[in-house]
Design a protein around this ligand. Structure first.
Ligand SMILES: C[S@@+](CC[C@H](N)C(=O)[O-])C[C@H]1O[C@@H](n2cnc3c(N)ncnc32)[C@H](O)[C@@H]1O
Ligand code: SF4
Length: 405
């Protein structure tokens, strides 16, 4: 482990900065930040996905060094250098050797104060997860896995151009548990054109039988320019009727309730206390530094994003220039972003926060709108907290848009 698992608990509870046996500093600080690392490699591209990645590993051996250098160049982006969450997303982070993951985590710990209770997540493809890799990964300090299963039905997986089958996905989750991961999330996609409610129910039954603590369920999006989108446009694939999508969403909620998973955000469900702290921090406006090509960053004032090109990003880092494109958020951007992110969650939006940060007028308008939606049974009002009832998450976009200015 790159940080000491044996950090004395009194260190964590103390208000004083302490130095552990590896010489890394921890201190209690209420204001936390997150770090996201975008790993832009895939063994091959899936036909529905438009996340930035290249289907080749060329240059992968230089990636960890470049991230180390980017950390040095951008260390001042975050006002608060106490890190509570680290997230390796992709692309396919599980294509990185564990030595590289450890190198990146060490570089973060050298420049930031990493809370010993940090959540450190790695997104993984099932076919990368041998037991040997999982045991080595556990030693790096990664303590949460997000495994891209998508479906437990082999014909779905073939249609999506996935490179694993259902048996590999089940083995990957069980092996991760064997290797000592107690926080395991899986991704599933519903509303697939090839799927049926019966297959979706089988997926849910298989998912909840596994040792998982978290489930991300995304409705399929036909991303422009993807091979799947082209198939839809040429009539080769017919999207499912919205009724089926709604039924699958309702089935998801039914199973989640049965297995005591809380539906805490439109696409995310977890056992109590196991929500994704990293993703939740995006919805709670907590600052984060995004490293790697196409990664976004936010520090409360500025939002910026790196070039969507490994070559361009790598060249600027090698030349000692970290120059992401940036925009300073206007007051309207901040208000809209607050509604868009907070109303997606069961924690909702806080009218007293809105009043003190954006003014009484904005808060009053939001209260009136929430009262109208509460009468229709779509929203709930609890003191100063207004929220969409999870049953209506599926159609929440239509509600949230009314709150935007
Ligand atoms: C960017 S991927 C990275 C994870 C990993 N590479 C994998 O595929 O297993 C994160 C998740 O986004 C979801 N995703 C990607 N494209 C999507 C789309 N077009 N519609 C719905 N979900 C999508 C998938 O569930 C995927 O697991
Ligand atoms: S879904 Fe995952 S493996 Fe497939 S192309 Fe996207 S990032 Fe790569």
């Amino acid at each position: 482990m790159w940080y000491a698992a044996a950090v004395n608990i009194s260190y964590i509870n103390s208000n004083f900065t302490k130095i552990n046996r590896l010489g890394l500093m921890y201190h209690k600080n209420k204001k936390m930040s997150g770090i996201y690392i975008h790993v832009p490699y895939c063994k091959r591209k899936c036909n529905y996905c438009d996340f930035y990645s290249v289907a080749s590993g060329s240059g992968k051996d230089k990636f960890a060094n470049l991230i180390e250098k980017e950390i040095e160049l951008r260390v001042n982006f975050l006002d608060n250098r106490t890190i509570e969450t680290i997230y390796f997303g992709g692309g396919t982070p599980s294509m990185l050797p564990t030595d590289d993951i450890e190198k990146i985590l060490r570089a973060i710990a050298k420049h930031f104060t990493v809370n010993p209770n940090s959540e450190i997540t790695l997104e993984a493809n099932p076919d990368d997860l041998s037991l040997e890799y999982l045991f080595a990964l556990r030693k790096t300090g990664v303590n949460r896995l997000s495994i891209g299963v998508q479906s437990f039905c082999d014909s779905d997986l073939k249609q999506l151009d996935r490179r694993h089958d259902a048996a590999q996905a089940i083995n990957a989750v069980n092996d991760a548990h064997k290797a000592g991961f107690s926080d395991i999330s899986i991704d599933l996609i519903y509303g697939l054109p090839y799927s049926t409610n019966q297959i979706w129910e089988q997926n849910l039954t298989k998912a909840f039988a596994l040792p998982i603590t978290h489930l991300s369920c995304y409705h399929l999006i036909y991303e422009m320019g993807t091979p799947l989108d082209r198939k839809v446009k040429s009539g080769l694939v017919k999207p499912v009727d919205e009724d089926i999508s709604v039924e699958q969403f309702e089935l998801l909620q039914l199973y989640a309730q049965q297995f005591a998973f809380e539906h805490y955000e439109i696409s995310n469900l977890s056992k109590k206390g196991h929500h994704s702290r990293h993703n939740t921090s995006y919805w709670k406006q907590i600052p984060y530094l995004g490293l790697g090509p196409s990664a976004h960053s936010y520090n409360g004032v500025t939002r910026c994003w790196n070039a969507k090109s490994i070559e361009q990003w790598g060249k600027s880092i090698e030349n000692g220039l970290a120059n992401p494109e940036a925009e300073t958020l206007t007051e309207t951007d901040k208000i809209n972003e607050y509604f868009i992110t907070s109303l997606r969650t069961i924690w909702g939006a806080d009218l007293s926060y809105i009043s003190s940060n954006f003014g009484k007028k904005v808060a009053n308008t939001a209260r009136k709108l929430s009262e109208k939606y509460a009468k229709e049974g779509i929203m709930a009002i609890d003191g100063n907290i207004i929220k969409i009832i999870p049953k209506h998450f599926f159609t929440s976009d239509g509600v949230i848009v009314d709150f935007l200015i």
